[in-house]
Design a protein around this ligand. Structure first.
Ligand code: PHE
Length: 334
């Protein structure tokens, strides 16, 4: 009789399965209505009375063992099905990546074009003083040309302002570095202007300056030709005589873009031409203000607006789109 129990115990102990159907039939075989345990109980009446106690204990032992085994196996199935939902071999969720702002992309392209011909990068502060933004650039106080750039001043200190152009960086660089020098300085600039589809209070410029012995206007023209060819693949240019206090002679450069699209019409006001930069030969007064011998050295400088160029290249009809940070707009530049 004891042998019979030992056989059952070893069978129960050996049994193992991950399959819930198999586990259920194991339970029915032992604990079901016509199962082993019930059979053993019905045999109870045939057990000699001196063995009844031991027999009863054995049945209970076996029953507990089976119940425990059944619960353990069920738990195993549950855990393994749980680990299926945590399948580490599954592909991950897609990560949506960001992109560079179109102005940054254009800036990087321009830096790249100029760095190929030896221009180095230099940056300056956006909060400037009067000297670097105006006075050193041949724009003394009360000079009427200051009105060309409506300025944001800091109320408590009229000597401090938000730079109106990146030309302030040339002054900083010229003060600290002896010629020959060749730099470009990209950055944000500020003007107190009415905001329209073509202009904005905040925009971006890139300034370029080259100072050395015998630098001429012809060198400047050649550099602009190289730039427009590399940037736009077009180089039909117009140099219009102009005035800047810090350059003499001065010019504004227009590029012929054409009138193929409606946006071309809007950006160029129906002419096909768009002004892309101001430029000229560095005024000797500026060199002297920065302690550079203006008898020995000459230089050219130019400044261009990044938004204008980005508008042309990406066909963007309104400058304000660059500043609204609407993801539907920005997503198009991925
Ligand atoms: N600083 C001028 C502007 O903001 C552009 C310029 C730069 C013109 C350098 C000449 C030389 O309009």
């Amino acid at each position: 009789m004891i042998k019979k129990f030992e056989d059952y115990i070893s069978r129960v102990k050996k049994f193992s399965s991950q399959d819930s159907k198999e586990i259920e039939s194991f339970k029915i075989e032992f604990l079901g209505r016509k199962g082993v345990i019930n059979d053993l109980f019905s045999d109870f009446k045939n057990v000699p009375s001196d063995q009844k106690k031991e027999y009863g204990q054995k049945i209970n032992e076996l029953k507990n063992l089976i119940s425990k085994k059944y619960e353990d196996l069920k738990l195993g199935v549950k855990q393994s099905s749980k680990s299926i939902t945590e399948d580490y071999t599954k592909p991950g969720f897609p990560i949506s990546s960001g992109s560079l702002h179109p102005i940054t992309t254009i800036k990087n392209r321009i830096i790249n074009i100029f760095s190929k011909v030896g221009f180095e990068l230099s940056e300056g502060p956006e909060i400037e003083d009067d000297w670097h933004n105006f006075t050193a650039l041949n724009l003394p106080k009360d000079h009427p040309a200051r009105d060309m750039q409506d300025t944001f001043f800091i109320q408590q200190n009229p000597d401090i302002l938000l730079r109106t152009h990146t030309s302030s960086v040339q002054v900083r660089y010229l003060e600290d570095n002896p010629p020959p020098l060749k730099i470009i300085s990209p950055g944000r600039v500020y003007r107190n202007e009415a905001i329209s589809s073509r202009s904005h209070c905040i925009f971006h410029q890139i300034e370029g300056i080259y100072v050395d012995e015998k630098v001429s206007f012809a060198d400047l023209k050649q550099m602009i030709l190289y730039f427009t060819k590399s940037m736009f693949g077009k180089s039909k240019l117009r140099f219009r005589p102009s005035f800047f206090p810090f350059t003499e002679p001065s010019a504004e450069v227009d590029i012929y873009w054409g009138l193929e699209t409606e946006t071309d019409h809007r950006i160029t006001k129906g002419t096909g031409w768009l002004e892309i930069m101001g430029c000229g030969m560095v005024d000797p007064n500026v060199l002297q203000n920065c302690n550079i011998d203006s008898e020995k050295y000459t230089g050219y400088a130019f400044g261009l607006g990044l938004e204008r160029i980005a508008m042309l290249i990406y066909q963007i009809p309104d400058i304000r789109l660059f500043f609204e940070n609407d993801v539907r707009f920005l997503n198009q530049f991925k």
